[in-house]
Design a protein around this ligand. Structure first.
Ligand code: NAP
Ligand code: FE
Length: 407
């Protein structure tokens, strides 16, 4: 019997009556205190890029467009955006040198340009790499400092330049997170910068802009959204909001990723994936990301495996390890994740089957990852914050075991 709000409650009877597990009822009755903050204005829907000039018309100042090297120009989006700025009488400067997994030196180059041209705000267009670069450039340029200082945890004296973003992939959710992930090739690692001022002011989410993604980019980025949602459900920082967003995101990816893989021009599927990525981004805004993200970083930098795919390849073994924990709540969450992916009795298998169904070999070995390298990767991941908010204990041996189970 549990005393709740002054009356005695039989949880066992209640669980039978409303068909929820006891763990689920406890979750509802005893909500852990949380804070939730997501200040980005979202403009969502096919054709919403047409609203860009209205959204930025009030800003007036000179802007830096930050984008990747090819895709925005090839799809015609860059020209469209430049025209929209012209029609709003806004002068713009272009920085189109962002590579996938943007490096420290790219951020430094972009920030130098922003300072030279006395830029007052930044417009990021492209995938998560372009958006994250836009955020890091905005922070570095506003502070006149070296991006390395922020990567090492220094607190910026000034907030970043204001940001407006237009994502063209459906994966990272960077449009609604206070994070920017930058790559240091010398360290063979990626580092997240987190700052509450890094939320973009406005994000235009136009699913039509994602139709130009080739099948592989659609799948790899979609698997990032899935990883965010799965990790958010297991994080010790989760909130009722992140739970809700993550649950919906998993359902959307499960239903829609196969459909956009089959037909990249299928707008309802593209809309669902754009929404899934955004919801999963909001989920990690509260819950952050866990061990699979931390371990994916060296795998991406060393083996050039795209971010979303690398994270997802580590998820089944992560779930396997969690299934071995003596923790009823974690067990219930793993079962829930399996259920959302079509097999509540075996979540790791459900994930691997889903990856295979979208054409992804679900083991690291298929990408040339060698047992001889992973010890170094496990060692460099030991001090990361992702470990502290993941269920269970994560020693160097545990990390190594997760890598080995994923080979
Ligand atoms: P991405 O690296 O931005 O893009 C991958 C490739 O897709 C690039 O070659 C890009 O070309 C191309 N591309 C992008 N949009 C396209 C389109 N509509 N049509 C055709 N090609 C397109 O991939 P991403 O997965 O979106 O971003 C990954 C980065 O985000 C990683 O660095 C990851 O660590 C980070 N991330 C950030 C957060 C966060 O909260 N901030 C969360 C998770 C991950 P171009 O380069 O030519 O544009
Ligand atoms: Fe991610």
């Amino acid at each position: 019997m549990t005393r709740c709000f002054g009356s005695e409650l039989d949880l066992f009877a209640l669980s039978r009556y409303i068909n929820y597990s006891i763990v689920e009822i406890i979750e509802v009755l005893f909500v852990t205190p949380f804070a939730h903050h997501m200040p980005t204005r979202l403009i969502f829907g096919p054709g919403s890029i047409e609203r860009l000039s209205d959204e930025v018309a009030r800003i007036r100042h000179r802007c830096l467009i930050v984008t990747g090297r090819r895709s925005a120009r090839l799809s015609g989006l860059l020209e469209k955006v430049q025209d929209a700025l012209l029609s709003a009488q806004i002068e713009s400067v272009l920085f189109d040198q962002v590579e996938p997994n943007p490096t420290l030196s790219t951020i430094t180059d972009g920030a130098k340009l922003a300072q030279e041209k006395q830029i007052k705000w930044i417009l990021g267009i492209g995938g998560g790499s372009a958006l994250d670069a836009a955020k890091a450039i905005a922070l570095t340029a506003a502070n006149g400092s070296d991006i390395k200082e922020f990567v090492c945890g220094a607190r910026p004296a000034r907030p970043p330049l204001p940001l407006v973003v237009v994502p063209t992939t459906s994966g990272t959710g960077s449009e609604v997170t206070p994070y920017s992930v930058v790559t240091d090739p010398a360290e063979c690692d990626k580092f997240g910068i987190s700052n509450p001022h890094l939320f973009p002011r406005v994000a235009i989410l136009d699913p039509e802009l994602t139709t130009s993604m080739p099948e592989k980019v659609s799948v790899d980025t979609g698997l990032d959204a899935l990883s965010h949602a799965v990790e958010a459900l297991l994080s010790s920082l989760r909130s009722p909001f992140s739970d809700m967003y993550a649950t919906e995101a998993i359902e959307l990816v499960f239903k829609s990723l196969p459909s956009v893989r089959e037909d990249g021009s299928f707008i309802p599927g593209r809309s669902s994936m754009q929404l899934a990525a955004c919801l999963a981004g909001m989920a990690i805004t509260d819950a952050r990301t866990l061990v699979p993200h931390a371990l994916s970083y060296p795998i991406t930098v060393f083996y050039d495996i795209p971010h979303g795919r690398a994270c997802c390849l580590l998820l089944p073994a992560f779930l396997e390890r969690l299934s071995d924990l003596d923790d009823e709540f974690v067990q219930a969450r793993v079962t829930k994740i399996g259920g959302l992916l079509g097999n509540k009795d075996d979540a790791p298998d459900a994930l691997r089957s889903f990856m295979e169904s979208v054409g992804v070999a679900p083991r690291l070995g298929a990408y040339g990852v060698q047992d001889s390298e992973i010890e170094r990767f496990a060692k460099q991941s030991t001090g990361k914050g992702h470990l502290d908010i993941s269920p269970g204990e994560w020693s160097m041996e545990d990390l190594l075991d997760l890598y080995r189970r994923s080979l």
